[in-house]
Design a protein around this ligand. Structure first.
Ligand SMILES: NC(=O)c1ccc[n+]([C@@H]2O[C@H](COP(=O)([O-])OP(=O)(O)OC[C@H]3O[C@@H](n4cnc5c(N)ncnc54)[C@H](OP(=O)(O)O)[C@@H]3O)[C@@H](O)[C@H]2O)c1
Length: 298
């Protein structure tokens, strides 16, 4: 899996197409998608056109997508997987993730709620049931690897013990304000790729991009704060997702270079702790960017 991935959580359809095409052109070969982002069709269009015009073959790109919470029941997994493949215009998936460990009431509403506004969870299916159905997809040969997203260490340990096919990747929020060191150590010990999202703190302001330690290192080494944050993530042994929405930022985020041990140490000593996404506790994403306003919660 290419270490630097392009995340496709982009609310606007037209922007999804241009940003995905620009990312491909800037050198990104790893594309992170999800049924929940409701733009797999646009990503598929951009990848099909971009790979054809640049002479890039299917096996040179790495495509991930995710099973949404309302599709956790075993009989819903394969249809959801096939629908994603169809929308993405590809014949196999490199990686399929369970988007969150929370099962919601099955159906077409992605956020089923009761009359008091509480999410309706599905208590009839366990994470292991869903995992078994994911394993079957690998057996059938249309999915090369499976993994989990928004999972905590305790639940990961339990699933890892019972899994016939071990999780290949764990995708979680991680940045200098949320280093998730214990989870990272577990992943390294078990050869699971730790894939960090929100490496730039979702670009929220004030936030990581203006952190004084990050800004000072960026000035010193002649890089941007975004490049410093991405380099830190890669050097500590994680893969990373970022969502540049312009060609300039796509090139910037792809062009990172190693930091000195001193700089890494300075970042590791940052004391601020902040989780931006409560999805790991509820299954409901705490942050979905809106087309018109940056940083609003959903
Ligand atoms: N599993 C999950 O639950 C989950 C949750 C969230 C995200 N994800 C995945 O992770 C991907 C990454 O998303 P993220 O929000 O976490 O990414 P991020 O890179 O931390 O934040 C993206 C934001 O950073 C800004 N940005 C990007 N490059 C920049 C640069 N060079 N300088 C300054 N600002 C920059 C963007 O601003 P502009 O828009 O102005 O370019 C955008 O608003 C998503 O697309 C998705 O695939 C997964």
């Amino acid at each position: 899996m290419p270490t630097l991935g392009f995340g496709t959580l982009i609310p606007d359809a037209a922007e999804t197409i241009t940003a995905t095409r620009d990312a491909l052109e800037a050198g990104f070969r790893h594309f992170d998608c999800a049924e929940r982002y409701r733009n797999e069709r646009e990503v598929g269009i951009a990848l099909e056109a971009g790979t054809a015009s640049q002479g890039i073959s299917r096996d040179e790109i790495f495509v991930t997508t995710k099973l949404w919470n309302t599709n956790h029941r075993a009989e819903r997994v394969e249809p959801a997987f096939e629908a994603s493949l169809d929308r993405l215009r590809i014949k196999y998936l490199d990686l399929y993730l369970i988007h969150t460990p929370f099962a919601f009431q099955p159906g077409d509403d992605p956020y089923p709620r009761d009359q008091d506004g509480n999410v309706i969870y599905d208590r009839e299916v366990t994470l292991l049931d869903t995992w078994r159905a994911m394993e079957t997809l690998v057996d059938h040969g249309k999915c090369r690897a499976i993994g989990l997203s928004d999972i905590g260490l305790d639940e990961l340990k339990l699933l890892h013990e019972s899994a016939r096919i071990k999780p290949a990747v764990v995708q979680v929020e991680s940045h200098p304000y949320l280093p998730e060191t214990e989870l990272l150590e577990f992943c390294k010990r078990h050869e699971i790729v730790f894939l960090a999202f929100a490496p730039l703190g979702h670009g929220m302001k004030p936030g990581l991009l203006e952190d004084p330690v990050i800004a000072a290192i960026a000035t010193r080494v002649g890089k941007t704060p975004a490049q410093v944050l991405l380099a830190w993530a890669v050097q500590r042994g994680t893969a990373v997702l970022t969502t540049p929405r312009s060609v300039t930022r796509a090139r910037e985020n792809f062009d990172i270079s190693p930091l000195s041990e001193d700089a890494l140490g300075e970042i590791n000593r940052i004391q601020t702790r902040r989780r931006l996404n409560s999805v790991v506790q509820t299954g409901v994403p705490g942050f979905i960017p809106q087309a018109s306003s940056k940083g609003s919660a959903a």
